[in-house]
Design a protein around this ligand. Structure first.
Ligand code: SF4
Ligand code: SF4
Length: 451
């Protein structure tokens, strides 16, 4: 047995550590209609049940993890975890998928594009120049033009999609003209200059893509939290959450990033670690298990950290919390819940309540809102055709809803939905829910000179 084979064997052993989790599947098939790849491709092997079957076959040594069957069907999974929500047996599909992908990656190198993207995101020396040049390009207006002019074929098609995604990440000003400011809303709104009493100390995860392409969302989140009485502490020792690396089976890198964040936030000491990106929040809530697989003490620290992770919508509008009420916006809004909020974190209610708290916002129904947008981290780029088909259906649903803006709390989803809308010629912007609340507060005069 050579070193590579020995490595695969070790990892397949790691997958066999998941036998108990795999055994929960009773093959009922309830998950099939919820799976976007199964409903598009109609192949059992591209369904959750089929993929679990393939994992079981590798675990039992009946299937080579380097085989096309294992590699291709796992690779086509979005990792959206819609199957978990509907599964009556509580199969932890997302956890199994990450371990299976670790085995798959050891058996066969992933596509060069996927490897390149994950390498670049994981190394600041590559990531920061990439993001700096992306922002420069974005401000030139060229990506918006390229998205309109390039053909949807081959490498140019990938460039067209990447351009549309970058253009979609730009600040979208026109939506702010959709409603007149009438000053602070009447009835229950605190005075514009009121500062609620401090509720506690929170640290905001800045994220990687969020920080570089959507810094305005982080700024808006800080302003809204402060306007609601939370003290927002700057946490310098933080970094990428590791979600994309975990989803790609690069668990060692994900653990390194997770441990960095645990230490960074612990050094400052906060009551809550706030996430405004669903994928990051979901990943951080799983730090205990991720770290504990390699080191029990780190696992305990990761678990304690995970208990403090909260999505910004839950902190503002979860349980009996009610956010401050700002000025009206007069907007028809479609809310598309990110999969890693709805399915992975099982959060529904707080985002809708937060949006409904903005006077003048009319939440319009969005067909198949609980289905993935096809973005799924870097999936939209690495699987342009299937991701584009799923994303195109999402964009069509947004258009059919009659909404003036679509909101979703995850940078990848904002870019994917925004890009797909652009590619259809639509001008509906994709925003983060907190941007609406922030604009409502700004119009109400809650900030008074703060940025
Ligand atoms: S719904 Fe759950 S138990 Fe049923 S086939 Fe799907 S994963 Fe297995
Ligand atoms: S994670 Fe999403 S794409 Fe993957 S099997 Fe489950 S429902 Fe299907």
């Amino acid at each position: 047995m050579d070193r590579r084979e020995a490595g695969i064997s070790d990892l397949a052993g790691a997958l066999s550590g998941q036998a108990e989790r795999l055994s929960h599947c009773v093959h009922c098939g309830f998950c099939l209609p919820a799976c976007p790849t199964y409903t598009r491709l109609g192949d059992e092997a591209d369904s959750p049940r089929g993929r679990l079957h393939l994992m079981g076959a590798v675990m039992e040594g009946r299937l080579d993890p380097g085989s096309d069957a294992f590699q291709d069907h796992l690779d086509r999974c979005l990792g959206c975890r819609a199957c978990e929500t509907v599964c009556p047996s509580g199969v932890e599909y997302g956890h199994l998928l990450e371990r299976a992908r670790q085995v798959a990656a050891a058996a066969r190198a992933p596509s060069p594009l996927q490897g390149l993207l994950l390498d670049a995101i994981g190394r600041r020396t590559l990531f920061l120049p990439w993001m700096w040049s992306s922002r420069l390009l974005r401000s030139s207006g060229l990506p918006a033009m390229a998205a309109r002019l390039l053909p949807d074929r081959g490498l140019l098609g990938t460039l067209r999609l990447g351009s549309a995604m970058l253009a979609a990440s730009a600040p979208a000003e026109p939506w702010k003209g959709s409603g007149e400011s009438r000053g602070p809303a009447a009835g229950g709104a605190p005075p514009a200059t009121a500062t609620p009493s401090a509720k506690g100390r929170v640290g905001l995860l800045r994220g990687c893509v969020q920080d570089q392409l959507f810094r305005r969302v982080n700024h808006a989140t800080r302003r809204v939290l402060e306007a609601n009485g939370w003290e927002v502490i700057s946490v310098s020792g933080q970094g990428c959450c590791g979600a994309l690396h975990a989803h790609g089976g690069r668990l060692d890198e994900a653990r390194r990033m997770a441990w960095g964040n645990v230490r960074g936030f612990e050094a400052v000491g906060v009551d809550w670690v706030v996430a405004n990106a669903a994928g990051c929040g979901a990943a951080m809530k799983e730090y205990g298990e991720l770290l504990g697989e390699e080191d029990a003490a780190r696992g305990e620290a990761g678990e304690a950290f995970a208990h403090r992770v909260v999505d910004v919508s839950t902190l503002l509008a979860g349980g009996d919390r009610t956010p401050r009420v700002g000025a009206p916006l007069e907007l028809r809004v479609a809310y598309d819940p990110p999969c890693h909020l709805l399915h992975a974190q099982r959060i529904s209610g707080p985002p809708e309540r937060l949006l409904a708290s903005v006077p003048g916002v009319e939440l319009v129904p969005l067909e198949n809102a609980d289905e993935c947008c096809g973005g799924a981290g870097i999936y939209g780029i690495t699987h342009r055709e299937l991701g584009g088909e799923i994303g195109g259906d999402k964009a069509a649903a947004v258009e059919a809803s009659g909404a003036q803006v679509v909101v979703t709390g995850n940078p990848g989803c904002m870019m994917q939905i925004g890009a797909q809308l652009r590619l259809r010629g639509s001008r509906i912007p994709a925003l983060h829910p907190i941007e609406l609340v922030d604009e409502s507060y700004r119009r109400a005069g809650f900030y008074h000179g703060s940025t």
